[in-house]
Design a protein around this ligand. Structure first.
Ligand SMILES: Cc1ncc(COP(=O)(O)O)c(C=O)c1O
Length: 386
Protein backbone atom coordinates (compact mmCIF):
# COMPACT_ATOMS: atom_id res chain seq x y z
CA UNK A 1 0.00 0.00 0.00
CA UNK A 2 1.32 3.48 -0.88
CA UNK A 3 2.03 5.41 2.29
CA UNK A 4 2.75 9.00 3.21
CA UNK A 5 3.97 8.19 6.72
CA UNK A 6 7.61 7.51 7.58
CA UNK A 7 8.18 3.79 7.91
CA UNK A 8 9.13 4.09 11.60
CA UNK A 9 6.70 1.32 12.60
CA UNK A 10 6.73 -2.27 11.45
CA UNK A 11 2.96 -2.50 11.10
CA UNK A 12 0.90 -5.69 11.10
CA UNK A 13 -1.38 -6.53 8.22
CA UNK A 14 -4.36 -5.39 10.31
CA UNK A 15 -6.20 -2.09 9.99
CA UNK A 16 -7.75 -0.73 13.16
CA UNK A 17 -11.44 0.09 12.73
CA UNK A 18 -12.79 0.42 16.26
CA UNK A 19 -12.42 -0.90 19.76
CA UNK A 20 -14.73 -1.58 22.66
CA UNK A 21 -13.91 -2.86 26.15
CA UNK A 22 -11.51 -5.80 25.55
CA UNK A 23 -12.12 -6.17 21.81
CA UNK A 24 -10.48 -4.60 18.77
CA UNK A 25 -12.22 -4.76 15.40
CA UNK A 26 -10.36 -4.42 12.11
CA UNK A 27 -11.65 -3.01 8.83
CA UNK A 28 -12.10 -6.49 7.39
CA UNK A 29 -14.66 -7.17 10.13
CA UNK A 30 -12.52 -9.43 12.31
CA UNK A 31 -12.69 -9.08 16.11
CA UNK A 32 -9.65 -9.66 18.34
CA UNK A 33 -9.30 -10.23 22.07
CA UNK A 34 -7.08 -7.35 23.15
CA UNK A 35 -4.07 -8.61 25.11
CA UNK A 36 -2.01 -5.47 24.48
CA UNK A 37 -4.19 -2.49 25.57
CA UNK A 38 -2.53 -0.16 23.06
CA UNK A 39 0.89 -1.06 24.54
CA UNK A 40 -0.21 -0.85 28.16
CA UNK A 41 -2.27 2.25 27.66
CA UNK A 42 -5.98 1.46 27.57
CA UNK A 43 -5.84 -0.12 31.03
CA UNK A 44 -9.52 0.50 31.80
CA UNK A 45 -10.70 -0.99 28.50
CA UNK A 46 -11.65 0.82 25.30
CA UNK A 47 -14.41 3.45 25.55
CA UNK A 48 -14.88 3.10 29.29
CA UNK A 49 -18.19 4.97 29.79
CA UNK A 50 -16.98 7.05 32.76
CA UNK A 51 -13.87 8.20 30.89
CA UNK A 52 -15.79 8.88 27.68
CA UNK A 53 -18.28 10.92 29.71
CA UNK A 54 -15.52 12.95 31.38
CA UNK A 55 -13.82 13.74 28.05
CA UNK A 56 -17.12 14.43 26.28
CA UNK A 57 -18.07 16.96 28.92
CA UNK A 58 -14.84 18.88 28.37
CA UNK A 59 -14.99 18.48 24.59
CA UNK A 60 -17.73 21.08 24.40
CA UNK A 61 -16.19 23.48 26.94
CA UNK A 62 -12.92 24.37 25.22
CA UNK A 63 -9.92 22.14 24.78
CA UNK A 64 -7.03 24.43 25.39
CA UNK A 65 -6.34 27.75 27.02
CA UNK A 66 -2.55 27.49 27.59
CA UNK A 67 -0.57 27.35 30.78
CA UNK A 68 -0.76 31.14 31.08
CA UNK A 69 -4.17 30.45 32.59
CA UNK A 70 -4.80 28.77 35.90
CA UNK A 71 -6.50 25.51 35.09
CA UNK A 72 -8.79 24.15 37.79
CA UNK A 73 -8.82 20.71 36.15
CA UNK A 74 -5.00 20.55 36.21
CA UNK A 75 -4.86 21.49 39.86
CA UNK A 76 -7.47 18.87 40.78
CA UNK A 77 -5.74 16.08 38.89
CA UNK A 78 -2.31 17.09 40.25
CA UNK A 79 -3.76 16.97 43.76
CA UNK A 80 -5.13 13.48 43.17
CA UNK A 81 -1.80 12.23 41.77
CA UNK A 82 0.08 13.76 44.70
CA UNK A 83 -2.27 12.01 47.11
CA UNK A 84 -2.00 8.62 45.39
CA UNK A 85 1.81 8.74 45.24
CA UNK A 86 2.49 10.58 48.52
CA UNK A 87 4.62 12.96 46.43
CA UNK A 88 3.89 16.66 46.10
CA UNK A 89 4.17 18.38 42.74
CA UNK A 90 3.26 17.45 39.18
CA UNK A 91 4.51 18.60 35.78
CA UNK A 92 2.22 17.51 32.94
CA UNK A 93 3.62 16.48 29.57
CA UNK A 94 2.29 14.67 26.51
CA UNK A 95 4.30 11.45 26.26
CA UNK A 96 6.43 9.17 28.37
CA UNK A 97 9.64 10.36 26.74
CA UNK A 98 8.78 13.95 27.61
CA UNK A 99 8.02 13.08 31.23
CA UNK A 100 11.45 11.41 31.49
CA UNK A 101 13.08 14.35 29.73
CA UNK A 102 11.58 16.62 32.39
CA UNK A 103 12.81 14.32 35.17
CA UNK A 104 16.37 14.23 33.79
CA UNK A 105 16.46 18.01 33.39
CA UNK A 106 15.08 18.57 36.88
CA UNK A 107 17.54 16.10 38.44
CA UNK A 108 20.52 17.84 36.86
CA UNK A 109 19.30 21.31 37.79
CA UNK A 110 18.33 20.40 41.35
CA UNK A 111 21.58 18.60 42.16
CA UNK A 112 23.95 20.72 40.05
CA UNK A 113 25.42 17.41 38.88
CA UNK A 114 25.69 15.91 35.41
CA UNK A 115 25.74 12.11 35.60
CA UNK A 116 22.65 9.94 35.11
CA UNK A 117 22.88 6.24 35.93
CA UNK A 118 20.35 3.95 34.28
CA UNK A 119 20.41 0.22 33.49
CA UNK A 120 21.17 -2.27 30.76
CA UNK A 121 18.06 -3.31 28.73
CA UNK A 122 16.13 -0.33 30.09
CA UNK A 123 13.78 1.71 27.94
CA UNK A 124 12.99 5.32 28.74
CA UNK A 125 12.00 6.83 25.40
CA UNK A 126 13.13 8.22 22.05
CA UNK A 127 13.94 11.89 22.66
CA UNK A 128 17.64 12.69 23.12
CA UNK A 129 17.67 12.65 26.91
CA UNK A 130 15.32 9.70 27.35
CA UNK A 131 17.11 7.82 24.54
CA UNK A 132 20.46 8.48 26.17
CA UNK A 133 19.03 7.04 29.40
CA UNK A 134 17.87 3.94 27.50
CA UNK A 135 20.37 1.13 27.99
CA UNK A 136 19.96 -0.46 24.55
CA UNK A 137 22.37 0.38 21.72
CA UNK A 138 19.83 -0.67 19.07
CA UNK A 139 17.63 2.28 20.10
CA UNK A 140 20.55 4.74 19.87
CA UNK A 141 22.14 3.56 16.61
CA UNK A 142 22.66 6.28 14.01
CA UNK A 143 21.75 9.17 16.30
CA UNK A 144 25.17 10.17 17.64
CA UNK A 145 26.26 12.31 19.29
CA UNK A 146 24.08 11.54 22.27
CA UNK A 147 24.03 13.87 25.27
CA UNK A 148 26.96 13.19 27.60
CA UNK A 149 26.79 11.92 31.15
CA UNK A 150 24.78 8.71 30.84
CA UNK A 151 26.07 5.36 32.10
CA UNK A 152 24.39 1.97 32.28
CA UNK A 153 24.81 -0.28 35.28
CA UNK A 154 23.89 -3.97 34.99
CA UNK A 155 20.23 -4.46 35.91
CA UNK A 156 19.48 -6.49 39.05
CA UNK A 157 23.18 -6.60 40.03
CA UNK A 158 23.09 -5.04 43.50
CA UNK A 159 26.77 -5.61 44.17
CA UNK A 160 27.96 -3.64 41.18
CA UNK A 161 25.69 -0.63 41.59
CA UNK A 162 27.94 1.28 43.94
CA UNK A 163 30.78 1.38 41.41
CA UNK A 164 28.59 3.37 38.97
CA UNK A 165 27.40 6.03 41.42
CA UNK A 166 29.53 8.94 42.70
CA UNK A 167 29.31 12.49 43.99
CA UNK A 168 28.74 13.52 40.33
CA UNK A 169 25.59 11.44 40.00
CA UNK A 170 22.43 13.52 39.61
CA UNK A 171 20.04 10.56 39.52
CA UNK A 172 19.53 6.85 39.26
CA UNK A 173 16.70 6.07 36.82
CA UNK A 174 14.98 2.69 36.78
CA UNK A 175 11.88 0.69 35.90
CA UNK A 176 10.60 -1.69 38.59
CA UNK A 177 9.73 -4.08 35.76
CA UNK A 178 11.64 -3.50 32.53
CA UNK A 179 8.90 -3.55 29.90
CA UNK A 180 10.39 -3.13 26.42
CA UNK A 181 13.57 -4.82 27.69
CA UNK A 182 11.74 -8.15 28.09
CA UNK A 183 9.32 -7.91 31.05
CA UNK A 184 12.09 -8.30 33.61
CA UNK A 185 11.08 -7.62 37.21
CA UNK A 186 13.65 -5.91 39.45
CA UNK A 187 14.55 -7.84 42.59
CA UNK A 188 13.39 -6.29 45.85
CA UNK A 189 16.94 -6.20 47.21
CA UNK A 190 18.18 -4.46 44.05
CA UNK A 191 15.53 -1.74 44.31
CA UNK A 192 16.29 -1.15 47.96
CA UNK A 193 19.99 -0.99 47.21
CA UNK A 194 19.38 1.53 44.39
CA UNK A 195 17.53 3.80 46.78
CA UNK A 196 20.15 3.42 49.52
CA UNK A 197 23.05 4.12 47.13
CA UNK A 198 21.26 7.17 45.65
CA UNK A 199 20.64 8.58 49.15
CA UNK A 200 24.16 7.88 50.31
CA UNK A 201 25.61 9.86 47.39
CA UNK A 202 23.04 12.67 47.41
CA UNK A 203 21.59 11.58 44.05
CA UNK A 204 17.89 11.46 43.23
CA UNK A 205 15.94 8.24 42.61
CA UNK A 206 13.70 8.48 39.54
CA UNK A 207 11.28 5.61 38.95
CA UNK A 208 9.89 5.28 35.44
CA UNK A 209 6.30 4.05 35.91
CA UNK A 210 5.31 4.75 32.33
CA UNK A 211 4.45 1.14 31.57
CA UNK A 212 4.04 -0.28 35.08
CA UNK A 213 1.81 2.49 36.47
CA UNK A 214 -1.93 3.12 36.67
CA UNK A 215 -2.92 -0.18 38.21
CA UNK A 216 -1.04 -2.47 35.83
CA UNK A 217 0.50 -4.51 38.67
CA UNK A 218 -2.48 -4.38 41.05
CA UNK A 219 -1.41 -1.19 42.86
CA UNK A 220 -1.62 2.36 41.49
CA UNK A 221 2.15 2.46 40.84
CA UNK A 222 4.39 -0.60 40.91
CA UNK A 223 7.02 0.91 43.26
CA UNK A 224 4.31 0.97 45.95
CA UNK A 225 4.74 -2.78 46.35
CA UNK A 226 8.19 -2.05 47.82
CA UNK A 227 9.42 0.07 50.66
CA UNK A 228 10.64 2.84 48.36
CA UNK A 229 10.50 6.60 48.51
CA UNK A 230 11.48 7.90 45.05
CA UNK A 231 12.22 11.59 44.57
CA UNK A 232 10.50 11.58 41.19
CA UNK A 233 8.23 9.20 39.33
CA UNK A 234 7.14 9.46 35.71
CA UNK A 235 3.92 8.09 34.28
CA UNK A 236 2.21 8.21 30.88
CA UNK A 237 0.66 5.33 28.87
CA UNK A 238 -2.29 4.37 31.15
CA UNK A 239 -2.64 7.85 32.66
CA UNK A 240 -5.34 9.00 30.22
CA UNK A 241 -6.51 5.53 29.13
CA UNK A 242 -5.26 6.14 25.59
CA UNK A 243 -5.37 9.94 25.58
CA UNK A 244 -1.83 11.30 25.03
CA UNK A 245 -0.84 12.67 28.43
CA UNK A 246 2.05 12.17 30.85
CA UNK A 247 3.17 13.37 34.24
CA UNK A 248 6.35 13.83 36.22
CA UNK A 249 5.58 13.77 39.93
CA UNK A 250 8.17 14.88 42.45
CA UNK A 251 8.97 15.87 46.00
CA UNK A 252 8.34 19.38 47.28
CA UNK A 253 12.07 20.00 47.83
CA UNK A 254 12.50 20.14 44.05
CA UNK A 255 10.04 23.02 43.67
CA UNK A 256 12.55 25.88 43.45
CA UNK A 257 14.49 24.25 40.62
CA UNK A 258 11.60 24.19 38.17
CA UNK A 259 10.54 27.81 38.40
CA UNK A 260 8.87 29.93 35.69
CA UNK A 261 10.69 29.68 32.36
CA UNK A 262 12.83 26.69 33.36
CA UNK A 263 10.72 24.09 31.58
CA UNK A 264 7.39 23.84 29.82
CA UNK A 265 5.31 22.52 26.96
CA UNK A 266 2.43 24.10 25.05
CA UNK A 267 -0.09 21.30 25.40
CA UNK A 268 0.93 19.91 28.81
CA UNK A 269 -2.00 19.45 31.16
CA UNK A 270 -4.66 21.03 28.97
CA UNK A 271 -8.28 20.63 30.09
CA UNK A 272 -9.09 17.90 27.58
CA UNK A 273 -6.13 15.79 28.72
CA UNK A 274 -7.02 16.49 32.35
CA UNK A 275 -10.58 15.31 31.75
CA UNK A 276 -9.21 12.02 30.42
CA UNK A 277 -6.95 11.63 33.47
CA UNK A 278 -9.72 12.59 35.91
CA UNK A 279 -12.00 9.98 34.35
CA UNK A 280 -9.25 7.35 34.41
CA UNK A 281 -8.39 8.05 38.06
CA UNK A 282 -12.06 7.76 38.97
CA UNK A 283 -12.10 4.26 37.45
CA UNK A 284 -8.74 3.36 39.04
CA UNK A 285 -10.24 4.27 42.43
CA UNK A 286 -13.29 2.04 41.93
CA UNK A 287 -13.47 -0.22 44.98
CA UNK A 288 -12.34 -3.73 44.09
CA UNK A 289 -10.66 -2.86 40.78
CA UNK A 290 -7.09 -3.34 41.98
CA UNK A 291 -8.04 -6.47 43.94
CA UNK A 292 -9.52 -7.87 40.76
CA UNK A 293 -6.19 -7.28 38.97
CA UNK A 294 -4.40 -9.34 41.64
CA UNK A 295 -6.98 -12.08 41.33
CA UNK A 296 -6.88 -12.16 37.51
CA UNK A 297 -3.10 -12.10 37.64
CA UNK A 298 -3.00 -15.14 39.90
CA UNK A 299 -5.31 -17.02 37.57
CA UNK A 300 -3.38 -15.97 34.48
CA UNK A 301 -0.01 -17.12 35.85
CA UNK A 302 -1.52 -20.41 37.09
CA UNK A 303 -3.19 -21.06 33.74
CA UNK A 304 -0.06 -20.28 31.70
CA UNK A 305 2.17 -22.40 33.95
CA UNK A 306 -0.28 -25.27 33.68
CA UNK A 307 -0.78 -25.05 29.91
CA UNK A 308 2.88 -24.51 29.07
CA UNK A 309 4.54 -26.79 31.61
CA UNK A 310 5.61 -29.32 28.99
CA UNK A 311 6.84 -26.80 26.45
CA UNK A 312 10.62 -26.86 26.81
CA UNK A 313 11.04 -23.82 24.54
CA UNK A 314 9.28 -21.65 27.15
CA UNK A 315 12.06 -20.78 29.58
CA UNK A 316 10.25 -18.47 31.98
CA UNK A 317 6.86 -16.91 32.69
CA UNK A 318 7.41 -13.70 34.64
CA UNK A 319 6.06 -10.28 35.52
CA UNK A 320 3.50 -8.98 37.95
CA UNK A 321 -0.19 -8.15 37.88
CA UNK A 322 -1.41 -8.08 34.30
CA UNK A 323 2.05 -7.41 32.88
CA UNK A 324 3.19 -10.86 31.86
CA UNK A 325 6.24 -11.96 29.90
CA UNK A 326 6.65 -15.41 28.37
CA UNK A 327 10.34 -15.90 27.58
CA UNK A 328 11.05 -18.35 24.77
CA UNK A 329 14.14 -19.92 23.29
CA UNK A 330 13.13 -18.85 19.79
CA UNK A 331 11.89 -15.60 18.20
CA UNK A 332 8.22 -15.05 19.02
CA UNK A 333 7.06 -13.21 15.86
CA UNK A 334 5.46 -16.30 14.31
CA UNK A 335 3.71 -17.13 17.62
CA UNK A 336 2.17 -13.65 17.65
CA UNK A 337 1.00 -14.12 14.04
CA UNK A 338 -0.56 -17.45 15.01
CA UNK A 339 -2.38 -15.71 17.91
CA UNK A 340 -3.73 -13.14 15.46
CA UNK A 341 -5.01 -15.91 13.20
CA UNK A 342 -6.85 -17.29 16.24
CA UNK A 343 -8.34 -13.88 17.10
CA UNK A 344 -6.02 -12.30 19.68
CA UNK A 345 -3.47 -9.50 19.58
CA UNK A 346 -0.44 -9.52 21.90
CA UNK A 347 3.00 -7.92 21.87
CA UNK A 348 6.65 -8.85 21.74
CA UNK A 349 9.18 -7.46 24.23
CA UNK A 350 12.45 -7.87 22.40
CA UNK A 351 12.86 -10.77 20.00
CA UNK A 352 12.18 -13.72 22.28
CA UNK A 353 9.59 -12.60 24.81
CA UNK A 354 5.81 -12.51 24.40
CA UNK A 355 4.31 -9.63 26.36
CA UNK A 356 0.72 -9.78 27.58
CA UNK A 357 -0.92 -6.55 28.72
CA UNK A 358 -4.68 -7.16 28.70
CA UNK A 359 -6.99 -4.39 29.91
CA UNK A 360 -7.31 -4.52 33.71
CA UNK A 361 -11.08 -4.60 33.23
CA UNK A 362 -11.09 -7.68 30.99
CA UNK A 363 -13.84 -10.16 31.85
CA UNK A 364 -12.90 -13.55 33.34
CA UNK A 365 -14.28 -15.39 30.31
CA UNK A 366 -12.29 -13.32 27.84
CA UNK A 367 -9.15 -13.64 29.96
CA UNK A 368 -9.51 -17.43 30.03
CA UNK A 369 -10.26 -17.61 26.29
CA UNK A 370 -7.29 -15.38 25.54
CA UNK A 371 -4.87 -17.41 27.65
CA UNK A 372 -5.97 -20.56 25.83
CA UNK A 373 -5.23 -18.93 22.48
CA UNK A 374 -1.80 -17.77 23.71
CA UNK A 375 -0.85 -21.24 24.94
CA UNK A 376 -2.21 -23.00 21.84
CA UNK A 377 -0.38 -20.65 19.49
CA UNK A 378 2.90 -21.19 21.34
CA UNK A 379 2.52 -24.97 21.30
CA UNK A 380 1.57 -25.08 17.62
CA UNK A 381 4.38 -22.77 16.54
CA UNK A 382 6.98 -24.62 18.56
CA UNK A 383 5.83 -27.91 16.99
CA UNK A 384 5.94 -26.65 13.41
CA UNK A 385 9.36 -25.04 13.79
CA UNK A 386 10.89 -27.99 15.69
C1 LIG B 1 9.14 2.37 30.66
C2 LIG B 1 8.92 3.32 29.53
N1 LIG B 1 9.42 4.54 29.60
C3 LIG B 1 9.25 5.44 28.61
C4 LIG B 1 8.54 5.11 27.47
C5 LIG B 1 8.37 6.12 26.38
O1 LIG B 1 7.06 6.57 26.33
P1 LIG B 1 6.47 7.28 25.01
O2 LIG B 1 6.48 6.27 23.93
O3 LIG B 1 5.09 7.71 25.41
O4 LIG B 1 7.35 8.44 24.71
C6 LIG B 1 8.00 3.82 27.36
C7 LIG B 1 7.28 3.42 26.13
O5 LIG B 1 7.17 2.27 25.79
C8 LIG B 1 8.20 2.90 28.41
O6 LIG B 1 7.71 1.66 28.35
Amino acid sequence: MATHTFPTYKRWNLTFASAHEDTITTTDGRAFIDFMSGIGTVNMGHNHPDIVKAVEKQLHRGWHGSNFFQYEQQEQVAGQLAKITALDLVFFANSGSEANEAAIKLARKATGRTEIVSFTQSFHGRTYGSMAATGQTKIQEGFAPLPKGFTYAPFNESDQLETYVSEDTAAIVLETIQGEGGVIPAHKAFLEKAEAVAKQHGALLIIDEIQTGMGRTGVPFAYQKFDLSPDIITTAKGLGNGFPVAAMIGKKELEGHFGPGSHGTTFGGNPLAMAAVAGTLQVLNTPGLLDSVEEKSKRAFQSLHEQLKDVAEVTEIRGDGLMIGIACEQPVASMLTNMQEKGLVALPAGEKVIRLLPPLTISSERLTAGLEIVAEAIKETVKTTA
